[in-house]
Design a protein around this ligand. Sequence first.
Ligand SMILES: [Zn+2]
Length: 385
Amino acid sequence: MIKMVLSIFCLLTSTGLGMASDMAAGQLMFTIGVHVEPLGETAQGYRGGRGDYRDPALFQRHVQYLYALAGVVERHGGALVVQVQSPFTQVAADTGSLVLADLEARGHEIGLHFHEGAHLGPDPERLPPEEWCRVMREEIELIHAAGAEGPIRYWSGGNLYPGILEAARCAGLDIYGDWKDPRVQATAAETIGVVPWRPAGGPDPADMSHFAAHDPGGAVIYLPDGMIDPASFQEKRRIVREGGPGAWFSVLADYLGRSLAAALPDRVNIFHFTVHPGEFPLELIDSFLAEHVDPLVARGAVRWATFSQMADAFSAWEADHPGVEPRSGAPRAMGQGECRGYITFAVNVHDFVNVDESADTVLRLVDLFARYGVRGDFHLTGPQV
Ligand SMILES: [Zn+2]
């Protein structure tokens, strides 16, 4: 009788799973993004999601959540990136709400969350970049009308539009993130990683290779999600449904650990996740930060940073490393960078009766291994030898 045992070994490399000293590993810049959805009729007359920010109770509830979330994050030394759009911005401006001005004054960044269908109507991809630019500008003006004073640099949305980089640049935006295919709620494997880059072309869900390629002259910096599961956005719903919101934060803790393990010492490395107003209990976010983020911040492995700070750190890195491909050698998939896999075949020959047949089998295995350049372990009995 011949038994073949397949053994797989995982040897930790120097940056593996947080076991290495932080001196050898890269530091991870971290923030929490907030997406404010287009609830109600937008400035352009289309409707976004369910609910309506013109309902004062809903608007106030989400404003209070933003203040409270900001308070939680501030107690942990951090800052949010709050991404807004109309009609939230219109209601804030019309009612004199100070929420965006207050958040900005407290060190949080304000960005644009752009649900293209809610601002450009059905099939927005048929429209030229100039039209996207005009409407994105309109939305940015509304953010300023609602009280934000600083430049709006970051946007999320427009993920199916190949001309989005051109449109955004025209609108004065230079930092992009949170790419996913909204039709399947999944991101592309090519966008996974912790190191930012400048996309060489617009996104195309059928072929993300241009988007994933770095163009040193590109006008837009893309901030990836970190080492996440590409299907995590669709998984999130199932995980929360089955395990409650705490189960999702266990997943986020895992992504944080994987992202930290993938961080390279000579690069700008980033990780963030996104929440929506009212989506998760604040105590849960508070305890996630206390348990998983604060200890890493204390030992210098993680540093809070807004998206603009991440992008500026990346620009500074580029200036210091001319000609270096930012993502070269950087892990780009779940599991990469955590360990190097080794595999071996152990062949155990227990035979002392049908020794000739077993000998033939061993010889066939030797041929097979030789053909594929594989080396196995052979363990033989006395009669077999
Ligand atoms: Zn959204």
